[in-house]
Design a protein around this ligand. Structure first.
Ligand code: PLP
Length: 358
């Protein structure tokens, strides 16, 4: 049986051509900085993001953690949104392993933290009672805010504020290429203002493993030590970097297809009685490949399934979705490389039938 797997864009499997590129990769020991394929990927991503250098890391979580440990030390403070991936889903690594204190600000629905709230949260460096504010962490696209594209001028505004205050900006750009395709502008439109940027290869780009962390030459030199400390110094890892290079050549422009499928999915969900999705509404910026939706409370009261039961019924119909959050009414579906337009129509049929239980 072939699943229509909409749980995440991390579930993609490497294509035949990508596997061939991996099998044929020229490799060396990357801890000695002798893997030509890794170096090519790092340089290429740094170019795309307008940075001096890049560092291949095992995951987005490792990339963000490496960045935060490079920028800040024990007792320093990080500013992060309450819906930020780094705050919600990275096991508290910056505190657990780095002793970095988090100031958590409320995210607005567009993925931003208000500039005035950031300005208020920055500590007075002369106050011996206060931790020192070192890093402001932004996210684009913003996952928990529905895959929304961050306004590029906002990143510039935060970066200006950070510079005035002696702090830096780290951009969690796990899906930065989705943002770039959705808005039709280069990734540098966001990355140029940030001091460090992490981009995932294993999400919409369809590589099996890996992320790249980019910044200045000095930043990358320090980050390389931190990566080694975290156990992320890998050896003939060009095998994996080759998949990333292949993805940059072949899987960036096709993200448009995922976005089209997601718009169709969100519209179909919104047209289903008892369901609503914010991603069916227009935004001043843009939606991308994530679709969050909600079962209306009134529908549940009159017999519609809750999120867990709906996910079970979908599974029986060959469709996988993720229940999300604590309300028991919210689910997420994500479009990606292994989902076709026809799959979306089938998923919508399954969804309608699962809602009715017929
Ligand atoms: C997935 C994701 C990450 C972490 O990536 P992993 O490779 O799963 O560790 C970081 N930030 C955002 C916004 C993500 O969606």
């Amino acid at each position: 049986m072939r699943w229509i797997d909409l749980r995440s864009d991390t579930v993609t499997r490497p294509t035949e051509a990508m596997r061939r590129a991996m099998a044929e990769a020229v490799v060396g020991d990357d801890v000695y900085e002798e893997d030509p394929t890794v170096r090519e990927l790092e340089e290429r991503m740094a170019d795309i993001l307008g940075k001096e250098g890049g560092l291949f890391v095992a995951s987005g979580t490792m990339g963000n953690l490496t960045a935060l440990l490079t920028h800040a030390g024990r007792g320093d403070e990080l500013i992060v949104g309450h819906l930020g991936h780094t705050f919600l889903y990275e096991v508290g690594g910056s505190a657990g392993l780095g002793g970095i204190h988090a100031a958590v600000l409320e995210n607005a629905p567009d993925g931003t933290m208000p500039l005035s709230a950031i300005a208020d949260a920055v500590r007075n460096p002369l106050d011996i009672h206060a931790p020192r504010t070192r890093v402001i962490c932004l996210e684009n696209t913003h996952n928990r805010c529905g895959g929304i594209v961050l306004d590029p001028t906002y990143v510039e505004d935060v970066a200006r504020l950070a510079r005035e205050k002696g702090a830096v900006v780290h951009l969690d750009g796990a899906r930065l290429f989705n943002a770039s395709r959705a808005l039709g502008v280069a990734p540098t439109r966001w990355s140029a203002a940030a001091d460090s940027v992490m981009v995932c290869l294993s999400k919409g780009l369809g590589a099996p493993v890996g992320s790249v962390l980019c910044g200045t030459r000095d930043f990358v030199r320090s980050a390389r030590r931190i990566r080694k400390m975290l156990g992320g110094g890998m050896r003939q890892v060009g095998i994996l970097a080759a998949a990333g290079l292949y993805a940059l050549d072949h899987h960036v422009e096709r993200l448009d297809e995922d976005h089209t499928n997601a718009r169709r999915l969100a519209a179909g969900i919104a047209a289903t009685p008892g369901l609503s999705s914010l991603q069916a509404e227009p935004t001043p910026t843009a939606w991308t490949n994530l679709v969050y939706f909600e079962i209306d409370a009134a529908a549940i009261r009159s017999g519609a399934p809750d999120a867990a039961l709906l996910a079970r019924r979908l599974r029986e119909r060959g469709v996988l979705a993720s229940p999300i959050g604590k309300t028991g009414r919210e689910l997420r579906m994500v479009t990606h490389l292994d989902v076709t337009a026809k799959d979306i129509e089938e998923a919508l049929l399954a969804l309608r039938s699962a809602m009715k239980g017929t």
